[in-house]
Design a binder for this molecule. Sequence first.
Ligand SMILES: [Zn+2]
Length: 325
Amino acid sequence: MNISVGRRPATVVATAALLLLAGCGGDDGDGGDGGTAADGLTVVAGFYPLEWAAERIGGDRVSVTSLTAPGAEPHDLELTPRDVAGVADADLLVYLGGFQAAVDEAAESQAGDHAWDAAEAADLSLTAEEHGHGEEEGEEHAEDEDHAEGEESTDPHFWLDPTRLAAVGDALAEQLTELDPDGAETFEQNAATLREELETLDREMTDGLTGCRVDTLVTSHDAFGYLADRYGLEVIGVTGLSPNSEPSADQVAEIADLVAERGVTTVYTETLVDPAVAETVAAEAGVETAVLDPLEGLTDESAGDDYLAVMRANLATLQEGQACS
Ligand SMILES: [Zn+2]
């Protein structure tokens, strides 16, 4: 679903394809000065927030593509042979280890030392239960399931805390500088500008989410842990860390009880995730639903055209849904 290419005249596409081929050949031929400013660095990002950060920091010294197509859900991404070849050819793969198994594999097998895992800079300090919120039905989930009941997993969704994304931006600037030393000043400046914008957003969110009447945040999947942690909310994810697991009827009932207990008035569905489960919980508890965007990918339906705009839309949605003053 590549809309921008679809709109272009065929000749332009053909020319672009030729340039692409020429580019690949050149890269392989004279590896000695690969990645100089003249031809620009090629960066492949795992998914949207990393793509956006790489574009912002690299500016016109890099060209960035994302392995996760717009509108695709990144957790269970599968790579085409073409994607894998793109990883092998790129000057840098920017990914998040432990988030997308296919990308981890490509990083290991294709990218050599040209892969950068953002996990350390992101400081993935939060964990969440992989499955459900009850202990009662432990027997039902047999041992042969992927995740044992109640197993703790690292929460990958760091980008929903803007300050963590800023830290990743700073570290990424250093990575790009290693590959393109002439760009050092540009990368450093761009990272500083990005940090400023993210810190402004962070202040808006801190102010906007102070004094909310409801501090429990009920979302489809458990993507908002870092956001909740940063802004003093407590998150309950209906399906756990991955949007594709199905909660049991007991778990849905249990969450509906919590919703009633804590005076929750809004259960959030998400872009890119089937809203059915969150809607079931909301219906069971007799509360509203609203849409939050975990920014795992942008689509035409996103509530803004970049990370900052969508986060501000999320803030407005949260202020209403959590009854913030
Ligand atoms: Zn997620």
